[in-house]
Design a protein around this ligand. Structure first.
Ligand code: IMP
Ligand code: MG
Length: 181
């Protein structure tokens, strides 16, 4: 058992399950974006693993960019607004934008981000999220590609953090309550 594994209550997705899911999503995206100018936008930092694996599973020419927005402090509860910490480098006008996220929780982050990016005139804008916690939703967000619907628990690993830690776990697990209580 490694130093970080002992804080995990239960493994939710193994490395193998994550890999299979990324392949499945990659096939769907490859089919849907054939012949289009695809720009995959990774929302930092949580989606770096999803982005790295998903872009390799998409068999099309594509561009990538990164954006960092924040609706969370160091805790586990959402705040009401998003703040742009790092904006995109590229102009998304007339491009087919695919937002790549780790997890959709209250929906506040993606709802506000979609509103903002739509004003920049993309040809289309869709969302791919690895996880979704439907029980936590405060605002509706339309998702085109979704990996796993999960119950209301705080998860870490494969990019997802608690207080900036655990992102390097190769699997996704539920964090023991005692770690953040
Ligand atoms: P939302 O605005 O409430 O949908 O928050 C989405 C963001 O909150 C995600 O991009 C994550 O950074 C963070 N988040 C939400 N739930 C979890 C979780 O279970 N583990 C780690 N981060 C989470
Ligand atoms: Mg995040």
């Amino acid at each position: 058992m490694t130093v970080q594994d002992k804080d995990i209550k239960e493994i939710l997705c193994s490395e193998e399950q994550l890999k299979a899911k990324m392949q499945e999503l990659g096939v769907a995206i490859t089919r849907d974006y054939a012949g289009k100018d695809l720009l995959m936008v990774s929302i930092l930092k949580g989606s770096i693993m999803v982005m790295a694996d998903l872009m390799r599973a998409v068999d099309l020419p594509l561009e990538i960019d990164f954006m960092n927005v924040s609706s969370y402090g160091s805790g586990t509860e959402t705040k009401g607004a998003v703040k742009i910490l790092k904006d995109l480098d590229v102009d998304i006008k007339d491009k087919h934008v695919l937002i790549v996220e780790d997890i959709l929780d209250s929906g506040v982050t993606l709802h506000n981000l979609m509103k903002l990016l739509k004003q920049r005139g993309p040809a289309s804008i869709k969302i791919c999220t690895l996880f979704s916690k439907p029980a936590r939703r405060q605002v509706e967000v339309e998702v085109e590609y979704m990996g796993f619907e999960i119950p209301d628990a705080f998860i870490v690993g494969y990019g997802l953090d608690y207080d900036e830690k655990y992102r390097n776990l190769p699997y996704v697990g539920i964090l023991k309550e005692e770690v953040y209580q």
